[in-house]
Write a protein of this length. Structure first.
Length: 182
């Protein structure tokens, strides 16, 4: 029961103090799950986020379910998902009730512009940290550049790009191991 409460509170913290959606939550997920609790490695959080991107639903909730399930099976997945969703639900209900009162104030728009910039910087910082483990040689650099170009210059679904990267990763691993994916 203690672990379920810890999962719930950890994910409630993530849900309450990360803004901007799944990708902007990645630095917070990394800090809470990898650094503070040791529940995942950097490679695992990247894998969970990648798989969560390919699934229907919200990336943060999907990732929470994966981590919670890993720790305490179904009850852990439910506790982590509820913890992630609860702060957003409360905040959205409050904003919905108050937004019509503040919608016309320019300062609200300016504040949101600043938050968007902050989220971009947080994502860039996390990418820099994860880069070291993901791009380890020329082949993975080619996969990175290919994925970057596809995501920036095409309208392909992120799920298709992630699946293509998975196929490329399997091919790279097979090439390294002499034709067998070990």
């Amino acid at each position: 029961m203690k672990m379920l409460l810890k999962l719930f509170l950890s994910f409630m913290y993530i849900g309450a103090f990360s803004f901007g959606g799944g990708y902007s939550m990645l630095p917070m997920f990394r800090r809470v799950l990898v650094q503070n609790n040791g529940w995942l490695t950097d490679a695992e959080i990247t894998d969970y986020f990648s798989v969560s991107q390919c699934l229907p639903g919200i990336i943060a909730i999907n990732t929470a379910v994966f981590v919670g399930y890993r720790q305490r099976k179904i009850a852990g997945g439910v506790a982590a998902a509820l913890g992630t969703a609860l702060p957003s639900l409360v905040i959205i209900l409050l904003i919905a009730a108050l937004i019509s009162n503040f919608n016309d104030y320019p300062i609200v728009g300016h504040a949101l512009s600043g938050i968007r910039v902050c989220v971009c910087v947080l994502i860039a910082g996390t990418v820099k940290k994860l880069w070291k483990r993901a791009v380890v040689d020329k082949l993975t650099l080619i996969v990175f550049i290919s994925v970057f170009l596809l995501s920036v210059f095409t309208n392909l679904s992120a799920a298709i790009i992630v699946l293509a990267a998975g196929v490329a990763g399997a091919a790279v691993t097979s090439a390294r191991n002499g034709g067998t994916a070990k």
